[in-house]
Write a protein that binds this ligand. Structure first.
Ligand SMILES: Cc1cc2nc3c(=O)[nH]c(=O)nc-3n(C[C@H](O)[C@H](O)[C@H](O)COP(=O)(O)OP(=O)(O)OC[C@H]3O[C@@H](n4cnc5c(N)ncnc54)[C@H](O)[C@@H]3O)c2cc1C
Length: 402
């Protein structure tokens, strides 16, 4: 698959695999067993440059671009899906929102610490009322008093919300102005009171990297931590989600590849009626279907990432890539689970955990129905997906004028 990719991307993939196999995979088992957050491993991943591809060297990135980011995300997910959850907070949505809307001072102050893994990030949009209609369901408010904003409300499923040093959170500064009433804030929960994060008890997900319900009780944000201007927050959120979709699509592809690899290994060993499961044509059909759909989704993801590297419109394509990748993942996880029979539910088998995460990547950054609406409205000429002028790269480190 890498033959048509630039050589530097191929080398990057190899170095990520080496890093994961020697540094992360051998350690994550212990962290999971004890429920310990892998701050040390995130720091090492930051030092190894895993969070930096879409950011310039002046901020601690490598400026290799979205294709490089997609390849890193894919391999992280393939090799340790739980650990890969920190990819967005450290290297995509959280720093990328600051990159898109921050002042030069904010960009320089916060992004390098996230990319290096010294600070833990989070990106908080979803609320308990529902994530698909994040705007309609947003109840969290921010009111200005003196030199600070005070935030009240709650957020749901916020990954690493219990560990955050520097995060992005969206709240309404004007409850009557629709999308123009939403503002984005750089939040620092360890510095200011009023932030309480409770990990959600998920079935089958990591005990080490948790997603949380976050309660905000007059949580303080100094006014210099407003991102851009009041009312620009929803624009920033949509821009970051669009870029983040490529990361989710890439991680879906990586996870789907992991499911398929597990299935292939298992069916070669497991015997039914005296011969390996692999010898049956129904099994072969499942392997072939999964493989073809994964490869298609992978090509769509890479293609979208390449367009973004050229600052070409990619909103429709990122929705298509995310949709295709999440369906390929759902299919691969479903087939693999079917082939594992009852063992697909046993904790000792990796496929049980991979299948639980398949659901996360199906709904995260926009459920399939949400992607279908965007894709179909574009096709029918109802609403063009690429109607806004969009930039993805920002080498000068200035606000992107979205
Ligand atoms: C492990 C995990 C980590 C997460 N991390 C974060 C995070 O760090 N930050 C963050 O902000 N969010 C995060 N999320 C939230 C995630 O983005 C939301 O779960 C997702 O947006 C869906 O929102 P919801 O779960 O409230 O489902 P709902 O919005 O209630 O949607 C449920 C279902 O309704 C259907 N539906 C929705 N809209 C439509 C429509 N227009 N037409 C037809 N059908 C529709 C779909 O089938 C959809 O799956 C995380 C979620 C999980 C599970």
């Amino acid at each position: 698959m890498d033959q048509f990719l630039p050589e530097e991307i191929h080398h990057l993939r190899e170095s990520v695999i080496r890093f994961m196999e020697t540094t992360v995979v051998p350690e994550m088992g212990n962290h999971e067993e004890q429920g310990v957050f892998p701050r040390d491993l995130i720091l090492k991943a930051g030092e190894a440059g895993l969070y930096g591809p879409v950011f310039p060297e002046s901020l601690g990135g490598s400026q290799m671009g979205f294709l490089a980011m997609a390849v890193v995300a894919e391999e992280l997910a393939r090799l340790d899906i739980g650990f890969s959850l920190c990819h967005n907070p450290q290297g995509m949505t959280c720093p990328y929102t600051i990159y898109a809307g921050g002042t030069e001072a904010q960009i320089k102050r916060y992004i390098p610490n996230l990319l290096s893994g010294k600070h833990i990030g989070c990106w908080a949009l979803t609320e308990p009322g529902g994530g698909s209609d994040a705007l309609g369901n947003m109840r969290t408010t921010a009111k200005r008093r003196g030199g600070s904003y005070y935030l009240n409300g709650s957020k749901m499923f916020i990954t690493l919300g219990d560990q955050t040093d520097t995060g992005i959170l969206f709240a309404k500064t004007d409850t009557n102005a629709g999308a123009k009433g939403v503002s984005a804030f750089i939040v620092e929960p360890k510095k200011y009171p009023g932030w309480e994060a409770r990990p959600v008890e998920f079935v089958g997900l990591s005990q080490s990297l948790r997603s949380c319900e976050v309660f905000l009780d007059d949580f303080e944000v100094p006014e210099e931590n407003l991102l851009g201007e009041e009312g620009m927050g929803f624009r920033y959120a949509m821009h970051a989600i669009q870029a983040g979709r490529v990361s989710v699509a890439a991680r879906s592809v990586g996870l789907a590849r992991a499911c398929l690899d597990e299935a292939i290994q298992y069916v070669k060993e497991r015997e039914v009626r005296g011969k390996p499961l692999a010898n049956y044509q129904f099994t072969q059909g499942m392997i072939a279907d999964a493989l073809v759909n994964i490869e298609s989704a992978r090509l769509m993801t890479y293609h979208t990432a390449q367009l973004m590297d050229k600052d070409l419109p990619a909103n429709r394509l990122s929705a298509q890539a995310k949709y295709a990748a999440s369906l390929a993942l759902k299919q691969a996880a479903g087939f693999a689970s079917e082939l594992f029979g009852g063992y697909a539910l046993a904790k000792d088998y990796r496929i049980a955990r991979l299948s639980s995460y398949a659901h996360v990547f199906l709904v995260g950054e926009g459920a399939p129905s949400v992607q279908r609406v965007l894709i179909a409205e574009d096709a029918l000429g109802i609403k063009k997906a690429d109607r806004h002028v969009t930039r993805y790269t920002n080498p000068q480190g200035l606000a992107m004028e979205l």
